[in-house]
Design a protein around this ligand. Structure first.
Ligand code: NAP
Length: 318
């Protein structure tokens, strides 16, 4: 296999920075044993490396790969690659997209909405106290779930949550994608969107535009008692602002899977907070097989000079 524009044989670098990457490395080796895949570079630079298959790029790596053409994320978000300050403009960036991701995320979001909606913490406390006490059953048709980001994942979540009987609305950057739920767009649609959300679900990508977007002013526009779920990326929600609004009683609570700093530091006020649920970035993971196939397909497309699948628009950052 060669990369067309330079006629260089393909050499892939995968830095085994976590078990997540190692599993994809092993699958790639098994699926394409003929492919030249290395896990480190020898010497100061390696002009033979044409493709990276990675989750997060360590500082200083990119200047050592002068002929890099493709940086493919092994995960759904490409923020770990786009965040590298020295990523040359010529390098194409792709991310992992596969249908199972949307389903796993829909399960996660449903789990978090339902545990709060059906008062699971109260029922667990009553169980611990051997107390038989009925709680009211609310009507999901009277509650609105607002989904920020109706992309490959958010659109599946919207369908599943709607099937649970909730009213579902969405918020996106553009009107470009067809959606089966009412959609509010950009800044002009934001207030009307937020004013209706009993549950706010963040499924936005991490970009320059979304960094710190969900701050105090933003969250204050939610109805009293609203519950916030962030399963997208840390840094989009200003964590201190969220906790302050929970403590002040404006928000009913929150479930977070992602944080500005991961693993969540032991000193974080999220730990042990009675109105907050923390999970360790496990909401959804792309299945290994489809992601490896997508990467191999993109290597072939690169060789032919064809458009890549799931290429990130570097001007938008997602
Ligand atoms: P995607 O397909 O790129 O969709 C992104 C959506 O966000 C689109 O609807 C887009 O609007 C909207 N959007 C982007 N920038 C916006 C802005 N500035 N204002 C308003 N809307 C904006 O992304 P995805 O694959 O669905 O992934 C969603 C998120 O889930 C990502 O952050 C990803 O990293 C995260 N994720 C987390 C986990 C986990 O385990 N926690 C697992 C997988 C993915 P348009 O429709 O107008 O383009």
């Amino acid at each position: 296999m060669k990369v067309a524009s330079t006629q260089r044989p393909v050499k892939v670098l995968m830095l085994l920075t976590s078990d997540f990457v190692t599993a994809r490395y092993e699958a790639l080796r098994a699926r394409a044993p003929e492919l030249n895949v290395v896990t480190r570079i020898d010497g100061d630079t390696d002009p033979d490396v044409t493709a990276l298959f990675a989750f997060k790029l360590p500082a200083g790596l990119l200047p050592r790969l002068p002929n890099l053409q493709l940086a493919a994320s092994v995960g759904a978000g490409a923020d770990g690659i786009l965040g590298a300050p020295d990523l040359p403009a010529s390098v194409k960036v792709t991310r992992a997209v596969e249908p199972g991701l949307g389903l796993s995320m829909a399960q996660y979001v449903s789990l978090q909405i339902l545990q709060h909606f059906r008062a699971l913490p109260t029922l667990q406390a009553q169980y611990a106290a051997h107390e038989w006490k009925r709680v009211a059953v609310p009507d999901s048709r009277e509650y609105t779930v607002g989904i920020m980001g109706l992309g490959s994942i958010g659109s599946v979540v919207a369908d599943v949550v709607a099937a649970l009987g909730f009213k579902v609305i969405g918020w996106t950057r553009s009107e470009g994608r067809a959606a089966r739920v009412p959609v509010f767009v950009g800044e002009q649609g934001m207030d009307e969107f937020l004013g209706q959300c009993n549950y706010l679900v963040c499924l936005l990508p991490s970009t320059a535009q979304t960094a710190g977007l969900i701050n105090r002013a933003f969250l204050s526009k939610l109805p009293q008692g609203a519950y916030v779920i962030n399963a997208a990326r840390g840094g989009i929600v200003v964590e201190a602002d969220l906790l302050a609004l929970v403590d002040e009683g404006h928000l009913g609570g929150a479930a977070f899977d992602v944080f500005a700093t991961e693993p969540l530091p032991a000193s974080s006020p999220f730990w042990g907070h009675e109105k907050v649920l923390v999970t360790p970035h496990i909401a959804a993971q792309p299945s290994v097989g489809p992601v490896v196939e997508q990467f191999l397909e993109n290597l072939q497309r690169l060789e032919r000079g064809d458009p890549l699948i799931n290429e990130v628009d570097r001007s938008l950052g997602y």
